[in-house]
Design a binder for this molecule. Sequence first.
Ligand code: GUN
Length: 300
Amino acid sequence: MGAQIIDGKAFAGVVREKVAGHVSRLKQVHGVTPGLAVVLVGEDPASQVYVRSKGKQTVETGMNSYEHRLDASTGEGELLDLIAQLNADPAVHGILVQLPLPAHLDEDLVINAIAPEKDVDGFHISNVGLLATGQKAMVPCTPLGCLMMLRDHHGNLSGMNAVVVGRSNIVGKPMAQLLLRDSCTVTIAHSRTKEIEEVTRRADIVVAAVGRPEMVTGDWIRPGATVIDVGINRIDAPEKGQGKTRLVGDCHFESCAEVAGAITPVPGGVGPMTIACLLANTVTACCRMHGLSEPEGLTA
Ligand code: GUN
């Protein structure tokens, strides 16, 4: 293996320490404690794990965590009422509605009901537009985490060829916008892209966010390129015993690591950065709401 491993777990720890420092200053100097409200509708097991982890890390960095767990049968009106209440609550600086929502709820309607300045996921249509036009936005957590790692590894990204594989609203599109804002030459590749390996082989930076286990293999990667693997896929692992599984990314780690200059592992790469950036966004939202300067090192 030739590639340097980009340690997202360690980097997330650094981000959390910065967050905790800003939180402490906000409390001591300004008498404000940032607060994050997380809304979970239903009992999706993966969502429950994420929400628990978010709440724990929010409290660990000194912020207030408000969890709202609603029954899977909750109606749209009730959910919108809760969001209106959180929008109006001055103790709440960030609001996150865990996705996916049960099928009877309209995700776009619900997300767009969140006050844009409290939308720490950066999914509200106003934040999407602000990011696309280069204005001050709340930036989606996963792409923000990827950007932080890329800036940390490369310094300046200006002029680099970046290929984002995947065009989701949550990762692919905002990732492309952020790379463009850092003056990369950006290509978005997706399931219909012709000769996709040739496209990715021209990249200095490949960000894989397709949700397909180990799709990107070493022959897709230019020697020395940086590979950011956003995928988290659970696959069968019969070698570990019957019924056992293991986590893999959207990149085939071993073959990509042979060729790449640097690569994020799964687990321990992008994943831990996502929650760290959620905490960072909550501090950013709090500072903006109180007319304070942007928290250094935590924004895009
Ligand atoms: N479900 C999976 N990832 C996310 C995320 O980043 N934000 C929200 N709100 N829900 C998710």
